[in-house]
Design a binder for this molecule. Sequence first.
Ligand code: FE2
Length: 377
Amino acid sequence: MKFKFVCSPEVISGKGSFETLGEVAINLGGKNAFVVIDQVLSKTPLREKTEKILENHGIKCVIFDKISSEPTTDTGNEACALARKHNCDITIGIGGGSSLDTAKAVAGLIKNPGTIEDYQGIDKLKFPSVPKIMVPTTAGTGSEVTFTAVFIRASEKKKAGINSKYLYPEAAILDPLLTLSLPPSVTSSTGMDAFCHAIESYLSKKATFFSKPVSMEAMKLIWKNLPVAFSDGNNVEAREHMLYASFLAGVGLANAGVTAVHSLSYPLGGLFGVPHGVGNAVLLPFVLESTLPYIKNSIEEIAQSLTGEKMDATCFIKQLKNLEKSLGIPESLKNLDIPEDSIPVLIEGAMQVKVPLENHPVTLTEKDIEHIYQSAF
Ligand SMILES: [Fe+2]
């Protein structure tokens, strides 16, 4: 019964909740906001709406809209320099995980001298950050509730996170209306990333009696609603359930961690630019298969809860593969144009992402990881 539980202190959810942004920022003492908004969203009326809401509450704002895909440390450092120059005292991230992570990192670096690279690792930030408000528009990375901000070091082609207790966001606004325009491919890849957070945190060695029901609920919601949101993007109910599920999966992740899927997927992003959610989704069934003897009972619990039927774990993994196929997720690493002779360098990269490997229900050796990559080709 021993557990520690963390969550963003203020979570405001529901259609139209974005309207509360000004109020939330004022309550956190913000007078001069640094807004990181996704490049595509910056060209929509949402940018002006954000400026208006903040202006109506007497809050000045500086907008940074250079985040398109997963951010590099260079882009992150550029954002930090701008926020420091304008003496910003609060950050707001609007977009997918990349915009949210950048807003979190900038909030940390306003109060800590140096560059993003100085703080990649675990608990390297010395001073608390300025407050940060997260507005996810994908469902999603769960970044609105986690303590991580991930950046690619372009020179080394390596992804690494700033992991710090000071990066937990002070507030999250979950407005499904902001996710309606998400294209099907992003809906499926970010939705499967959330599913990975949920199933990995459920299977994690660090899962608790508190985190497991949260992770399970996230899986149930995604299983039911992701196919609907994928095929009918304007279905507000499915979008709302997906955004809530992604948040719950983030809570599971923040409390129990992710496992080997995320470790093996990191080098796919760093070396080959595979989107985070796609890499995870492709690898998930193969990681589950390789670990099956140790997680069989848990997978059967999940299968029963998600499908309402008693079924064998292998049968559930088959259903998972079918679901991914129907969502347009590639079936193998070959389909992602990754050369098979890159396996040694992928193994080397995966072995460096230590914490998720430590959380995995069973210790994976280099040989095991090699076998997983081989089967995923
Ligand atoms: Fe993830």
